[in-house]
Design a protein around this ligand. Structure first.
Ligand code: C2O
Ligand code: CU
Length: 549
């Protein structure tokens, strides 16, 4: 095992995009930020120096941080932010992860520009469950705001439950691409050699929008998601939610020439504004043989087919193809828990809330947007929950988070009363409990997909469907043979998703919607997983440099 040491300096830097120059927040002056590379079994030590004028934390999205929530990153959940001028050392021990994960700021809305790829190669001496690609290319799908300062994107969302600012462009590896003003020459270009195979490591780092992605004339083979291997399947397009990463094989098997790759929004939200533009990059075949030379007439650049922005069926069709690379009845068995002792039903909703003196309003109808999980709209405490739990500081959080919605009703029916309260509540899980969590989307205000991400774990997605979860009938249809293992699952528009995991990683772990506006409005929940009985099943001690609030 190797130890990789990195210094990540958070600082401002000037960038020009869309004919305008502005200052953004970066790591080491790069946008997207530096790519981390390591092998499974390695350790990383990242010294984060905050030279910005804002509080900062970083999160290693998809890294399990086994027994080490101290390095997980969400502000006020596992740590107090690193204040301007201060530093904090994150330690990441890659014991189980392998594939494409990523890292991003987990403080306010800074992840808009503070993010990067995190590549975990197989253990030294072992190989991919697919032919070794000729080359590997990370493709980070991001966003650009022409005017807004990064810390102002959230706009009124934070304080008064209003809407955040909509971006002016999507980007591929930091570049908006061909279809935007002043962007053509800098379009990201990927050169390929005909007949070779490439591994694309695609990450959706966008704040609020799920994206369709495709490459003109090329079929893609999906081999992993969230850094977990899948049974290979072919597709002409991807649908990737904020927070997700996908490993995709590309066969350069078309006529030599130039082809567009493109991404644009999938949005099922009715009426909500979003960025409707399309980002592109260019796939360019290198000419290397006489045949290519004769074939030289470059075909015109064509855009790939992308499903229309509200095409929920295209989304479902794509997502339903995920199957774990492992199968229960094979020599690489799947570890999905079968005997469940902890059942949770979380209704996730976007709602409107009345204003009060300490919570003024700026949303529609003189109210404020508030998202909730089982009617609780999460509020950050002033001291992080992890420290409060570890040091037994009272009054920071309550352990009475509801394990099911307080009232049962038709979640996907017409507007029904769903009163929401603010709170900092957690569910405490015994070590090694086997958990089934059903995430129930609602149609209280807006119907929207929710990419739900769990820190500290991966879970098996055993079932999913539209409408209300039926506790008698739906479990009969679960896939317990080869359910995909994920860390960020898209809970369908007006539907439900059931996930299972064994609570064997002690610590404090955040569960939240990776659509930033929903998280900001309160769609967060927290698990505290108790220590196990042995020394090796207990949380590590806090590091000496843990920032204080
Ligand atoms: Cu990628 Cu809590 O986030
Ligand atoms: Cu959401």
């Amino acid at each position: 095992a190797k130890i990789h040491r990195h210094t990540f300096t958070i600082k401002s830097k000037t960038f020009t995009r869309l004919c305008d120059t502005k200052i953004i927040l970066t790591v080491n002056g790069e946008f997207p930020g530096p790519t981390l590379k390591a092998h499974r079994g390695d350790k990383l030590i990242v010294n984060v120096i905050n030279n910005a004028n804002y509080n900062m934390t970083l999160h290693w999205h998809g890294a399990r941080q086994v027994r080490n929530p101290w390095s997980d990153g969400p502000e006020y959940v596992t740590q107090c932010p690193i204040r301007p001028g201060e530093r904090y050392v994150y330690r990441i021990d890659l014991t189980v992860e392998e594939g494409t994960i990523w890292w991003h700021a987990h403080s306010q809305w800074a992840r808009a520009t503070v993010h990067g790829a995190f590549i975990v190669y197989p253990k030294r001496g072992s190989s991919y469950p697919f032919p070794k690609p000729h080359r590997e290319i990370p493709l980070i799908l991001g966003e650009w705001w022409k005017k807004k300062n990064i810390m102002d994107i959230a706009g009124n969302a934070n304080k008064t439950g209003g809407e955040p600012a909509i971006s002016d462009a999507y980007t591929i590896n930091g570049q908006p691409g061909y279809l935007y003003p002043c962007s053509k020459p800098d379009t990201f270009k990927m050169k390929v050699v005909r007949h070779r195979q490439y591994l694309l490591r695609i990450i959706n780092a966008v704040m609020d929008e799920e994206l369709f992605f495709a490459i003109a004339n090329h079929t893609l083979t999906v081999v992993a998601k969230d850094g977990l291997y899948l049974k290979h399947f072919n597709t002409s397009y991807l649908m990737i939610t904020p927070g997700q990463s996908m490993d995709v094989l590309l066969h350069a098997n078309q006529r030599s020439g130039r082809y567009f790759m493109a991404a644009r929004s999938y949005s099922s939200a009715f009426g909500a504004g979003f960025d409707k533009t399309t980002t592109t990059a260019i796939l360019k075949y290198k000419r290397h043989s006489l045949a290519d030379e004769l074939n030289r007439k470059t075909p015109v650049l064509v855009l790939p087919y992308l499903p229309p922005y509200n095409h929920t069926e295209a989304t479902t069709r794509f997502t339903n193809q995920f199957r774990s690379y492992r199968t229960r009845t094979s020599n690489r068995p799947v570890n999905v828990p079968v005997n469940i002792n902890t059942r949770l039903l979380y209704a996730i909703s976007v709602n409107l809330m009345n204003c009060s003196d300490d919570k003024p309003c700026n949303g529609p109808f003189g109210k404020r947007f508030s998202s909730s999980v089982n009617n609780v709209s999460f509020v950050n405490p002033t001291v992080d929950i992890l420290r409060a739990y570890y040091r037994r500081i009272g009054g920071v959080f309550q352990a009475d988070f509801p394990r099911k919605p307080p009232t049962e009703f038709n979640y996907t029916g017409e507007n029904l009363p769903f009163p929401t309260r603010f709170g900092t509540k957690v569910v405490v899980l015994d070590f090694n409990s086997s958990v089934e969590l059903v995430l129930q989307g609602t149609n209280v205000l807006a119907s929207d997909n929710h990419p739900i991400h769990l820190h500290g774990y991966s879970f098996f997605v055993v079932g999913s469907g539209f409408g209300n979860f039926d506790r008698m009938k739906d479990p009969l249809k679960y896939n317990l043979v080869d359910p995909p293992e994920e860390t960020t699952v898209g809970v369908p528009n007006n539907g439900w998703t059931a996930v299972r995991f064994v609570a064997n990683n002690p610590g404090v772990w955040l569960l939240h919607c990776h659509i930033e506006r929903h998280a900001t409005w309160g769609m967060n929940a927290v698990f505290i997983v108790k220590d196990g009985p042995t020394k090796s099943s207990r949380m590590l001690k806090p590091p000496p440099d843990l920032p204080s609030c």
